[in-house]
Every structure is written in C-alpha cells, then in structure tokens.
Design a protein around this ligand. Structure first.
Ligand code: AMP
Ligand code: MG
Length: 325
C-alpha cells in the first residue's frame, strides 16, 4: 500500500510518498519566505499553487513510481492558514478524483506524532510539538490525542522569528538565534511564564526586545532559549509524570534546536525515559508525515467523500477520533 500526502498548512508545501513499512519513498518540500514581515496567507497560497505541481512531479520521480501505484491520497486538513490549506486540499481532491483513489484528511499536529511512532516504533510517546505556529504537548489517552499543555498566545517558533526580525536576522530566525545563543554566557532574567500546564511567549518576547542595545545579542539569545526551553521541558515532564510515560518525542521545526534536544534528553534520562527526534526533514512540516498518518487512517477504514474535504483552520488535535490505535 502506498500513500501520497500533501502538506500545505503554512509556509511550506510538501509532497511525501510512504509505504506500509513507513519507508519514506519521497519527501519533497518548497518553502515560501516573505521578503519582509511575517507570512502573508494569500501570498503563501499563491506560492504553493505555483510551485505545487513541480513538487508533486519531483516527488513522483524520487519515489520511482507511477501515479497508478498510489493507493491513497492524504492531505493536511488543518489546523493552518485557510488559503494555504485550500491549495493543498484542491490538489488532493483533483488527484483523488482523477486516480479514483480514496482521500483522507489528516490533522497536522497528529501527523507530527504519528511519524515519530512510525519511524522509531515507539509505542506511546508524549510529543513536544514546537513549530512556528504551534506549541503543544500531546499524548494519547482514552481514544484521542489530548493536548496536555499548549501556548496561550503565539507558537515558540513565531516568537523566535519575531525576535529575530526586529534584531535584523534572516527568516526563519530560529537557527541564527541558536548559533548566537552558543556565544552567550551571561544569563538575563526573563519572565518565566508557565500557567498550570500552559505557557505563554508574548511577555517574554516583549522583555527580550526591551534588552535590545542594552545587552549583547548573544546573551539575550542565550537567555531567551534557556528560559523558554525550560518552560517547555517543565510542562512536558509534568505530562509524562501524569501519564507514567516512558517515551518522549520531539516534533516541529524548533525541535531541530540542539540545546532544546539536550535539555529534553537530560529530563528523559532523569526519568529513565527514552527520547526520540526525527531527522530535520521530518521534524519541520512535510508531506511524508501526512502520507504516513493518512495510510494508518485509511487502513483503519477512514476515507472522506469529496463533500467532507473542506479544510478546518482550527482543527483541534483532540477533535480527531483515533480509530487506528
Ligand atoms: P515549522 O513551523 O515546523 O516548519 O518550523 C519552522 C520554525 O522552526 C520557524 O519558526 C524556525 O525559526 C524554527 N526553527 C528552525 N530551526 C530552528 C532551530 N535550530 N532552533 C530554533 N528554532 C528553529
Ligand atoms: Mg508543523
């Protein structure tokens, strides 16, 4: 069984091809980067419409299969930016109708977790999902993927990118901040914003920006990372303790950060838990994770009528009936 998955929730447009063994036959991606400011949804969607067909062709070539060999079409149904989601969904519908193959709508956040389970064969990990738009701690409980904690305002990646933009770093700023942070050694106190199981980043962003010109940018970057990553690790650890979990999985673009990986590793070791990080191309938004989750879902009997394929910008992680587990 082979599934083709389309990802288009935000600035990335990806097509992945995956088989039943979770072998990634192709995982092609193109990224829209704004010349200035943040992501403009319509411009990102135009980019996806423009580059999408080429990415699809490339993915088919990489996978070395013909369209006839595809058994399932999956697409990211949400959450995300409306115009971007609709571009991917339109492509998925077209493929499904043309090839006469079932179509499956995948929750993007759930896909970040499932690809980790597929790759590492881990059973029941707590996912720390840290990306541009999303920051959630997710785990399986009573038939659903539940959100144990999440950001109350912006995603951590978004916070890093906004900080970087003001500081004159190129987009996306996460990797530059990581590099700068390595040079920093003086810790500046920032608001530590954990509220129950939830976290907030906008206050700390304001505080960090207020240090501009007063402190070395390396020290600000270092302190920003140390504080926000500690917040993330705290909530993740508490979710693990609550669930008695022995596995922790990272996902999302920010999961590529070596310091965050190190902090999660230390926490996991202290709890005798195992920790897993997918390779970068499967951490950031990608089509392969959509394909893999779509394959699992379809094997469990999930398929949509075309009339049910509307996108859902606010598709909640815990709205998904996890019938495949
Ligand atoms: P995603 O939304 O999952 O595609 O991830 C994109 C986000 O990941 C952007 O906000 C980037 O700034 C962030 N990011 C990428 N690499 C790193 C890194 N090494 N450290 C921190 N953030 C990163
Ligand atoms: Mg994502």
């Amino acid at each position: 069984m082979i599934c083709l998955g389309i990802e288009s929730t935000a600035h990335s447009f990806g097509v992945g091809v995956v088989n039943e063994q979770c072998e990634i036959l192709a995982n092609e991606i193109t990224m829209y980067s704004p010349k200035e400011g943040g992501i403009h949804p319509r411009e990102a969607a135009n980019h996806h419409a423009d580059k999408g067909p080429g990415i699809l062709k490339l993915a088919m070539e990489k996978a070395g299969i013909s369209k006839k060999e595809i058994d399932i079409i999956a697409f990211a149904q949400g959450p995300g930016l409306g115009p971007c989601l609709r571009t991917g969904a339109t492509m998925a519908r077209t493929l499904s109708l043309n090839l006469k193959k079932p179509i499956v709508g995948v929750n993007h956040c759930v896909a970040h977790l499932e690809i980790g389970r597929g790759l590492f064969k881990c059973q029941d990990p707590v996912l720390l999902y840290v990306s541009g738009g999303n920051t959630q701690v997710i785990a399986f409980a009573n038939g659903k993927y539940r959100v144990f904690g999440e950001t109350l305002d912006i995603g951590i990646g978004n916070m890093l990118d906004k900080f970087g933009r003001v500081m004159g770093m190129p987009f996306p700023a996460g990797p530059t901040i990581e590099k700068m942070a390595r040079e920093g050694n003086r810790f500046i106190e920032f608001p530590y914003s954990v509220k129950g199981m939830d976290i907030a980043f906008s206050g700390i962003l304001t505080a960090a920006l207020a240090k501009r010109g007063k402190h070395d940018i390396a020290d600000i970057s270092h302190s920003l990372q140390e504080t926000t990553f500690a917040m993330l690790v705290e909530v993740t650890e508490r979710a693990m303790a609550h669930l008695g979990a022995s596995e922790v999985l990272l996902g999302g673009g920010v999961a590529q950060n070596k310091r965050l990986q190190e902090m999660v590793t230390i926490m996991a070791e202290e709890r005798d838990a195992r920790m897993f990080v997918p390779p970068g191309s499967l951490c950031t938004d990608n089509g392969a994770m959509i394909a893999w989750t779509g394959l699992l879902m379809n094997k469990a009997g999930v398929a949509l009528e075309i009339s049910e394929t509307q996108v859902d910008q606010r598709y909640r992680t815990d709205d998904v009936d996890v019938v495949w587990r």
